[in-house]
Design a protein around this ligand. Structure first.
Ligand SMILES: NC(=O)c1ccc[n+]([C@@H]2O[C@H](COP(=O)([O-])OP(=O)(O)OC[C@H]3O[C@@H](n4cnc5c(N)ncnc54)[C@H](OP(=O)(O)O)[C@@H]3O)[C@@H](O)[C@H]2O)c1
Length: 283
């Protein structure tokens, strides 16, 4: 495909965690381009409200909603099944949903929930949708990571934080895992017309970063952080720009490819985390 014919009109884009923050802002901006959006949200009421808002603000009525809880692997499987029953194309998948848990929470599958929501469910979802994504090529997978992966890298000896839980380490580890996944998947998808990239959206004022903090911290944060709309810029760019046509296996920040932590380029670690993930999702 040449650089200039990445047509957006009529393309289908799934966005996880699309009812708030960066995910919702991404949905609105892509919907304005005429893209058919499938919003994945865990709560029906919050999902419906956000769906209506995306329609209203974008003027695009081609906005669908699927309810799924990404903390449950069963729910992720149901999500992929429901999507495939309803649609036969998926051109853009944005793995955006995320949590930052102050306490260690176990999912129904017995796994640490930050690891599942921020990484493992997206690993599973992508794998389950890969056939339809390949069929829709040229297509793009976009993984929302974070620069926090630079400071709290993955600990393969205690992936589920059974020994000692730290919210920042758990979040950083999951965001590290999704970068490893991006690079390994990019290699596996070489020559298929499907690209996969990761990104850091920047520090943004969203539910994740503004819940349970004092008004004074909020005021200070307002000075130094982005709005969700500003933070959606790199996701929107990777989903829609002809400039990144063919770019794969990169980590973006402010719409520019930058280096991620050097350990994320270690193919043996990428493969190891892939193998562990396959076991965890019972493939
Ligand atoms: N904000 C930042 O400064 C920042 C910085 C770096 C990276 N990020 C990343 O950006 C992404 C978007 O975060 P945000 O800042 O926009 O925060 P947010 O407003 O809290 O959005 C997170 C989204 O994920 C959804 N979600 C959480 N748990 C879920 C589950 N179990 N099943 C399905 N959906 C679930 C949330 O749904 P509910 O509304 O139902 O909870 C919400 O829609 C995340 O991956 C985050 O790690 C954010």
């Amino acid at each position: 495909m040449s650089e200039n014919n990445y047509q957006l009109e009529g393309k289908t884009c799934m966005i996880t965690g699309a009812n708030s923050g960066i995910g919702k802002a991404t949905a609105i901006q892509l919907a304005k381009m005429g893209i058919h959006i499938v919003m994945v949200c865990r709560n029906k009421e919050r999902g419906k409200n956000a769906q209506n808002q995306v329609k209203k603000e974008s003027g695009n009525n081609n906005i669908d909603l699927i309810i799924a809880d990404l903390a449950s692997l069963e729910s992720v499987k149901n999500l992929a099944d429901e999507f495939k029953k309803k649609y036969d194309k998926l051109h853009i998948l944005i793995n955006n949903a995320g949590v930052f848990n102050s306490k260690r929470i176990l999912t129904e599958d017995g796994y640490e929930s930050t690891f599942v929501v921020d990484y493992l469910s997206h690993f599973l979802l992508t794998k389950l949708l890969l056939d339809i994504i390949k069929k829709s090529a040229p297509s793009r997978i976009i993984n929302v990571s974070s620069d926090i992966h630079r400071y709290f890298k993955i600990n393969l000896d205690d992936l589920m934080f059974e020994k000692k839980y730290s919210s920042q380490k758990a979040y950083g580890s999951a965001k590290f895992a999704i970068v490893l996944f991006t690079y390994e998947l990019a290699r596996r998808l070489g020559g298929t017309g499907v690209t996969v990239n990761a990104l850091h959206p920047g520090h943004a004022r969203t539910k994740m970063t503004t819940t349970n903090i004092s008004w004074i911290i909020k005021k200070i944060m307002n000075l130094f952080s982005k709005s969700p709309e500003e933070a959606a810029e790199t996701s929107v760019y990777l989903a829609s720009s002809p400039e990144v046509d063919g770019f794969s296996g990169k980590y973006f920040k402010k719409c520019i490819p930058v280096k991620s932590h050097k350990m994320t380029y270690d193919e043996s670690i990428q493969k190891k985390v892939w193998e562990i993930s396959e076991k965890l999702i019972h493939f």
